[in-house]
Ligand binder design. Structure first.
Ligand SMILES: [Fe+2]
Length: 441
């Protein structure tokens, strides 16, 4: 342990030097040992990159690092919440005043990995713009002749940065406030149909290859639709050991449409005729009135066609999904389908009074037969969640791992707490940390 702390000690001044208030993008490389390396990412003219939304994710192929300005807006209203406690009308007013919409296109940045040399401080990125908003993506590791293939989630006019607030009203029944048990969930009422993409880029020339790119969308109610496209999974998506040369199958989640999840606030934000969209707003509202349920579907990426899907019941909320490979591979099944899809769901069970009682469960699907429904359903009285989002799978979870690099929790947080200017606030927050946080580590 003493040795671990020593390591942290040596890193502290480095972390300090990495904090900057310059409006720029930095790439930081760390191999788990020693000092971090840092490069400022610039455009081709050498100017700092300015990001309008946020860099939610990073991807890489054999030769390129891929960054996107993600459709996960970072407007002031998502940082200001309940400033005047219990004064909902003031909060609603401030939200309206300080909110914004996500862009309806995506800036993609490609950095040649060979340019990340230890003796340089800046690295140039090529910028490509695609005419659709993007929140997440995966990249084929192989990039033959500099051709980079990205698989992308397009949350079109569906704003994951916003959440349902207690004073929100239903867009289709404005006299009705949002259901109390939905407050805090992502405001996933979609104002256009989502899409999933295969985006192909010539990274050498920095051009978008529209003729080789392909998008899938589907406006059906309860089949393999893309209303409210959400998370996805594929084999080795977050693997620390394996890269994925060619992602042949991806399992996608769609949230569907619920009139009790689309708010007046979101409708007004995205009811813009100038916005780049597939489906006109009146049709989207009509589809929301009809409703559409949570769905999982398997998409093969060569033709971008759906091979299999499952639609959940009306009162089953489908949150996270994760591909788990079979321990014994089967020769006749493509590796990207040879496994299970682990999902977290909240299942509503109707009571004798007609109301629903919700229970968190884990449902496991056979990745080769989604349409059969879950092959295994698990629940436990000690398992409690209302909502889950990103997840990860690891082949072996070990209870007593002692990593080389370990942060001293108290030292790490005290560094920030010391910088709170107001003495009383600093004292109060420090007391919470001393009483409730530090004793747990
Ligand atoms: Fe995310």
């Amino acid at each position: 342990m003493a040795k671990n702390l020593e390591l942290v000690e040596k890193q502290d001044f480095k972390i300090d030097s990495l904090i900057s208030n310059k409006n720029a993008v930095y790439l930081i490389k760390w191999d788990g040992q020693g000092a971090m390396q840092q490069w400022e990412v610039t455009n081709q003219e050498g100017d700092s990159l300015l990001i309008d939304q946020n860099m939610h994710q990073i991807g890489f192929s054999e030769d390129y690092i891929i960054l996107i300005d993600a459709a996960f807006k970072f407007s002031l209203n998502v940082m200001l919440y309940n400033i005047f406690p219990q004064k909902e009308d003031i909060d609603a007013f401030i939200r309206k005043l300080t909110s914004g919409v996500q862009q309806d296109s995506t800036d993609i940045y490609l950095i040649h990995r060979a340019d990340l040399r230890p003796n340089v401080k800046q690295v140039k990125a090529k910028k490509i713009v695609i005419p659709i908003e993007t929140v997440h993506f995966s990249v084929n590791y192989k990039n033959p002749d500099g051709i980079v293939t990205i698989f992308s989630a397009h949350n079109c006019s569906a704003c994951p940065a916003e959440w349902l607030r207690s004073y929100d009203r239903e867009a289709l029944n404005p006299e009705r406030t949002i259901r109390r048990d939905k407050v805090g969930l992502l405001a996933v009422g979609a104002m256009d149909v989502g899409q999933v993409g295969r985006v192909v880029i010539d990274a050498k020339n920095g051009t978008y290859l529209a003729d080789r790119s392909k998008y899938y969308y589907n406006t059906s109610r309860n089949e393999a639709h893309t209303w409210g496209i959400g998370l996805y999974t594929h084999r080795d998506m977050c693997s620390a050991d394996n890269t994925t040369d060619d992602i042949t199958h991806i399992y996608w989640q769609s949230y569907g449409l619920r009139s009790d999840m689309l708010t007046v606030f979101i409708r007004d934000l995205y009811d813009d005729p100038k916005r780049n969209r597939k489906i006109p707003v009146p049709q989207v509202l009509e589809a929301t009135r009809e409703g559409s349920r949570y769905t999982i579907f398997c998409l093969e990426t060569a033709e971008m066609t759906v091979e299999d899907f499952y639609t959940f019941d009306q009162e089953t909320y489908f949150w996270s999904l994760q591909f788990v490979p079979r321990s014994e591979p089967r020769a006749n099944i493509p590796p990207y389908k040879d496994g299970y899809i682990f999902t977290t769901v909240t299942v509503g069970y109707q009571q004798s009074n007609g109301m629903y009682d919700y229970q968190p469960e884990i449902w496991i699907f056979d990745a080769t037969a989604l349409s059969k429904g879950a092959i295994c359903k698990l629940n436990h009285p000690d398992m409690s969640f209302g909502f889950t989002i990103h997840s990860v799978w690891t082949p072996d979870a070990q209870p007593n791992v002692n990593p080389n690099y370990k942060i001293d929790i108290k030292k790490d947080y005290d560094y920030m707490l010391k910088r709170i200017l107001n003495k009383q606030t600093r004292r109060e927050i420090s007391q919470i940390f001393n009483q409730y946080v530090y004793p747990n580590f």
